[in-house]
Ligand binder design. Structure first.
Ligand SMILES: Nc1ncnc2c1ncn2[C@@H]1O[C@H](COP(=O)(O)OP(=O)(O)OP(=O)(O)O)[C@@H](O)[C@H]1O
Length: 646
C-alpha cells in the first residue's frame, strides 16, 4: 500500500494498513508488508523508507482552557515578586497534526509547551483536557515525550549504543533483543541515521544530533511529542528534513507540538496548525493556510509578497502597534475560537471512546524494573568511563604523580624518630589529596550530567534512585584502584611500618575519606553551578581542616568550638591514619645519632596531638555515617532540584 503525505489542508489520520502488530512496551510495533512512501520530496529524510511503527492507541487530542502562568522572581535574600507570563490562554491541539507554537522571543512559547507537556507544574492554573477528560499527569506522561532545544545526548556513546540504551530502558523486558534491533533499525532508517550507527554522538552534525534526539524518544512510540525549537541551529535543508519527518510522525496519528521562532514561508507551510502567542496571549489559532484569511477578517491584511509567518511575528512584536494585537486577540478569543481550523468537523472530535491509555495512571512511570534500570545505567556508565580515557588516565596519573612527589619529599619519614612532625604533615597532605581530588572532580563533572538527567528522568527512562545508585556504584572501582595505588606508593616510599594490619587501617581510612569527599562534592554539584560549586567546595572544606586537629590540636581547641571536631570528617580520617601509623603499641622509633628526637616515643606524640590511638572502629563508623548521610543528602538535593525546576 502506498501512503503519500497529503497537503497540509487535508486531514489523513492514522492509516488502516494491512498490519501485523508486535506489542512492545507502551505501544506496538506495527509491521506492514508493503512500502510506505511518506514524502514527495527529493531531500526528505523519509523518501522511500519503510517506517512501520504506528501508535497502538487512539490518537490524543489536547485542549486547554484559561491557562495562566505566574512566575515568582527574586533570589533567596531578595523580595519575591510575581510576574504573569501567560494570561488565560485557550487552545485545541488535535491528534494527527503538526502544530507550531509561534511568537516573538519572550512571548511565552516554551512556557506554554512546558505546561502542556506537564513539565511545569508550579505557578500554573487553568485546565488541560486530554481526549475530553481532565489530564491525568502520570497517564499523560506515559504516552508523551519532551524533546529539549539543546541536544542532551551521551556524547561518548555511538548512535547505536545510545539507541540500545534507550530501548533497554524504555521498552518492556518482554520485548526480545531481536525485536529491539528491528525497532532501532527501522527508526534509524526512517530518520536517515543508519549510516551513522557507529559514530559517536559527539561527532554528529547539528541536524543528525537533532534527529537522534527524536529517534531516542521514538523508541517507545509516544502518542504525543513536544519539541522545543527543533529547528534551532539547523540549516534550511536540515530544518525542512526535520519538520517533514515530524509531519510523517504526525500523519501516523501522533500529536506533535513544536515551538518555532520565525520559519521561512516554505517551512511554515509544512505545519498543519499554528498557535501564535503575543505577550502571553493567543493572537491566532487555526490552520496554517487560514492565517491569511484571518488577517483579512481582522482588517489588517498581510502585504503582498510578504511571508505570513514574518508578518504575524511583526504583528505580535507590536511593530504595527498594540491596537492590532488587541484586535486579533479579541477576534480569536484568546484561543477559544475554532473558526480558523481546517476541516474542524473532521479533526475536532468530541467522541473519544476507546482511548484507554490516557486514563491509565496505574503502575510505575518507568517501563522496566528497577533492577533493569540499574543494570542498563551501569552498563552505560562503564562504557563512558572506558571511553573518557583522558579523565580516567588523568585520575590515575594524578594519583601516581602526587604519590611520587610526596614519597620523594618525605622519603623514609615514617621510621625516623626525628621526622615525626614531618610525617604528621605528610599524613595531613595525604588527606588533603584524598579530599580535594575527588571532590573537585565531582563538582566539575556532575553539573554537565544534570541536564541529561533532567531530560531522561522526565521522559521516564529511569527513576532518580536508580540513576543515583548507578552513579554511586560506577565510580567505586576506579576510586578504589586510584586510592590503593596512591596509598601503596606513598606508604612504601615514606617508610611507614610494613605491617599488613597498619596498612589496611591506613588504606581503609584513606578510602573512606575519598568516599566522603566525593559525596560532599555531589551535594555541592547537585545544587550549585560549576562556578559556584568550584568556589563553595574548597571554602567549605577549610573549616573541616581547622577542626580536624591540624594546626590547632584538638586539645587546644576552645571549648565553644569543640563541636566542630565532630562535624569534621577529616578529624576522623586523621585519627584513623595517625592511629594506623603510631597506634597499635608502636615501638620506640629509630633516632639518628646526631639528631634530637623529641617524639622518639609514639605514645608521647599521640598525647601531644590529643589523638587516641584505639579509636579506629569509631573512626570507621563515623566516616561511614558521614558517607551515608552525605549520599542521602545529595539524593534529597537532586530530588528537590528536579522538583523546583518544574
Ligand atoms: N520561571 C520563570 N521566572 C521568571 N520569568 C520567567 C520564568 N519562566 C519564563 N519567564 C519569562 O517569561 C517570558 C516568556 O518566556 P519563554 O521562555 O516562554 O519565552 P519564549 O517565547 O519561549 O522565548 P524564546 O523564543 O526567546 O525562547 C520571558 O520573559 C521569560 O523571562
Amino acid at each position: 500500500m502506498e501512503v503519500v503525505l497529503h497537503e497540509a489542508s487535508t486531514v489523513p489520520m492514522q492509516k488502516s494498513l494491512s498490519l501485523h502488530s508486535v506489542k512492545y512496551g507502551d505501544s506496538a510495533v506495527t509491521n506492514t508488508n508493503e512500502t510506505e512512501t511518506f514524502l514527495e520530496t527529493s531531500n526528505g529524510v523519509s523518501k522511500g523508507t519503510t517506517f512501520n511503527m504506528l501508535p497502538s492507541d487512539s490518537p490524543v487530542d489536547i485542549r486547554f482552557d484559561n491557562i495562566t502562568f505566574t512566575a515568582t522572581e527574586g533570589g533567596i535574600f531578595q523580595k519575591k515578586t510575581k510576574k504573569q507570563i501567560l494570561h488565560g490562554v485557550n487552545g485545541r491541539f488535535p491528534a494527527g497534526q503538526l502544530i507550531a507554537i509561534m511568537g516573538p522571543s519572550g512571548a511565552g512559547k516554551s512556557t506554554l509547551l512546558n505546561i502542556l507537556s506537564g513539565y511545569s507544574i508550579q505557578g500554573v492554573s487553568g485546565k488541560v483536557d486530554v481526549n475530553g477528560k481532565p489530564r491525568k499527569l502520570k497517564a499523560f506522561r506515559k504516552l508523551s515525550c519532551y524533546i529539549t532545544q539543546d541536544d542532551r545526548l551521551q556524547p561518548l556513546l555511538t548512535v547505536a549504543e545510545n539507541m540500545h540504551i534507550a530501548a533497554d530502558l524504555k521498552l518492556s523486558s518482554s520485548v526480545s533483543q531481536k525485536q529491539k534491533d528491528v525497532i532501532i533499525d527501522e527508526i534509524l532508517a526512517t530518520l536517515g541515521l543508519s549510516h551513522t550507527k557507529n559514530t559517536r554522538a559527539q561527532g554528529l552534525s547539528g541536524g543528525q544530533k537533532k534527529r537522534l534526539s527524536i529517534a531516542l524518544e521514538l523508541v517507545n512510540n509516544p502518542l504525543v511529542m513536544f519539541l522545543d525549537e527543533p529547528t534551532t541551529g539547523l540549516d534550511s535543508s536540515s530544518c525542512k528534513q526535520c519538520l517533514e519527518l515530524l509531519k510523517v510522525l504526525a500523519r501516523q496519528g501522533r500529536t506533535i507540538v513544536c515551538t518555532i521562532h520565525q520559519p521561512s514561508a516554505k517551512l511554515f507551510e509544512i505545519f498543519d496548525q499554528v498557535y501564535v502567542l503575543a505577550r502571553g496571549q493567543c493572537l491566532y489559532q487555526g490552520g496554517t493556510a487560514n492565517m491569511v484569511n484571518f488577517f483579512v477578517d481582522t482588517g489588517f491584511p498581510c502585504p503582498e509578497y510578504h511571508n505570513p509567518a514574518d508578518y504575524v511575528i511583526e504583528l505580535a512584536s507590536e511593530e504595527y502597534g498594540r491596537d492590532r494585537v488587541e484586535a486579533m486577540i479579541q477576534r480569536c478569543e484568546n484561543g477559544k475560537s475554532l473558526k480558523y481550523f481546517e476541516y474542524p468537523e473532521k479533526i475536532l472530535k468530541t467522541d473519544f471512546t476507546g482511548s484507554a491509555r490516557v486514563d491509565d495512571d496505574s503502575g510505575d512511570l518507568q517501563a522496566t524494573s528497577k533492577l533493569n534500570q540499574l543494570r542498563v545505567l551501569m552498563r552505560r556508565g562503564f562504557i563512558k568511563l572506558k571511553r573518557d580515557q583522558t579523565l580516567t588516565y588523568m585520575r590515575i596519573g594524578v594519583n601516581i604523580i602526587t604519590a611520587l612527589m610526596l614519597g620523594t619529599l618525605y622519603l623514609n619519614a615514617g621510621t625516623d624518630g626525628s621526622k615525626v612532625i614531618d610525617n604528621y604533615n605528610l599524613l595531613f597532605s595525604i588527606l588533603m589529596h584524598h579530599t580535594f581530588t575527588p571532590m573537585m572532580l565531582t563538582i566539575l563533572t556532575f553539573p554537565t550530567e544534570l541536564s541529561i538527567l533532567i531530560k531522561e528522568h522526565f521522559n521516564r527512562w529511569y527513576s532518580l534512585k536508580m540513576y543515583y545508585l548507578s552513579v554511586t556504584l560506577i565510580d567505586l572501582p576506579l576510586s578504589i584502584f586510584c586510592c590503593f595505588l596512591f596509598t601503596s606508593i606513598v606508604y612504601y616510599m615514606t617508610g611507614q611500618p610494613l605491617d599488613g594490619m597498619r596498612f589496611t587501617m591506613f588504606f581503609v581510612s584513606s578510602m573512606l575519606v575519598v568516599f566522603v569527599a566525593e559525596s560532599f562534592g555531589l551535594v555541592v554539584g547537585a545544587y550549585f553551578s560549576v562556578v559556584n560549586g568550584t568556589f563553595l567546595g574548597p571554602i567549605l572544606t577549610v573549616p573541616m581542616m581547622m577542626f580536624a586537629g591540624f594546626g590547632v590540636t584538638l586539645k587546644d581547641l576552645p571549648i565553644y568550638l569543640y563541636w566542630g571536631s565532630y562535624v569534621s570528617y577529616l578529624r576522623f580520617g586523621l585519627e584513623g591514619v595517625v592511629g594506623a601509623i603510631y597506634g597499635l603499641n608502636r615501638q620506640t622509633l629509630d633516632c639518628p645519632e646526631d639528631q634530637y628526637c623529641h617524639y622518639k616515643y609514639p605514645k608521647k606524640f599521640l598525647e601531644d596531638i590529643a589523638v587516641k590511638p584505639d579509636q579506629f572502629s569509631n573512626d570507621v563508623i563515623a566516616l561511614v555515617l558521614f558517607w551515608f548521610i552525605l549520599r542521602i543528602g545529595a539524593l534529597v538535593v537532586l530530588k528537590y532540584k528536579l522538583h523546583s525546576m518544574r
